[in-house]
Design a protein around this ligand. Structure first.
Ligand SMILES: [Ca+2]
Length: 217
């Protein structure tokens, strides 16, 4: 029943986002006069790195981003577990929100210790190929140096891989905003509590974000 309730919430969220966009316009293409006025403010460029599909919070975060005219979402990179299935879920979500033009890139698959609770929702989207998340992220950073905010709300697998592949490029991000969990203490001791889902990846990725040259919060 819990899974069913979460599925219903996701469907309602998608319907709500669709209704909010009304005339088939995405947040990046506002339709009303008031929205056009808001759009005159140059939006912040952002990329969302997410493990959407488990708890509902990432779906809410994506909905908020799509409804925020002050942010231009350049793309979404999915991370952790069955990433291809997460990408299909994201495609279906964006279709419901009439924002399918936003690119979805897929990170490498990893072992998954929690339940992919929205897998049934994701499987209703047809399977097709997606660009590589790390390549997409680095290409976007090079195309917009010093302008992109990376919002990390999933385990830092893609972040870790991007730093390992091209650390100098990664430092060209404007900033990184993430749910980093316990960065310095980690979760390996008996006294550690309150594990953040984002910290399921080794803590080395968030720690590296704090290196000189990376503005991280
Ligand atoms: Ca998450």
């Amino acid at each position: 029943m819990k899974i069913l309730r979460i599925v219903i919430v996701v469907m309602l969220l998608g319907a709500g986002v669709r209704a909010a966009f009304g005339q088939g316009e995405s947040a990046n293409r506002p339709a009303t006069a008031a929205a056009k006025s808001e759009a005159q403010v140059t939006p912040e460029l952002a990329i969302l790195d997410t493990d959407i599909g488990d708890d509902i919070d990432d779906a809410f975060a994506l909905g908020l981003l799509l409804r925020s005219p002050e942010i231009k979402l350049l793309g979404i990179t999915v991370t952790y577990g069955d990433t291809e299935l997460r990408a299909r879920l994201t495609d279906r979500y964006l279709e419901g929100a009439r924002a399918r033009e936003i690119p979805v890139a897929v990170g490498r698959a990893t072992p998954q210790s929690n339940v992919f609770s929205q897998a049934a929702y994701a499987r209703r989207e047809r399977a097709h190929s997606h660009p590589d998340a790390v390549r997409f992220l680095l290409d976007q950073i090079n195309a917009h140096p010093g302008q992109i905010t990376l919002i990390g709300i999933g385990p830092m697998v893609n972040v870790k891989d991007a730093i390992a592949r091209a650390p100098d490029t990664f430092r060209k991000l404007k900033r990184v905003v993430m749910m980093g969990g316990s960065v310095s203490r980690g979760y390996d001791t008996a006294t550690s509590t309150n594990r953040s889902g984002t910290s399921l990846a080794p803590p080395t990725a968030p720690r590296r974000c704090w290196h000189p040259g990376c503005r991280c919060s």
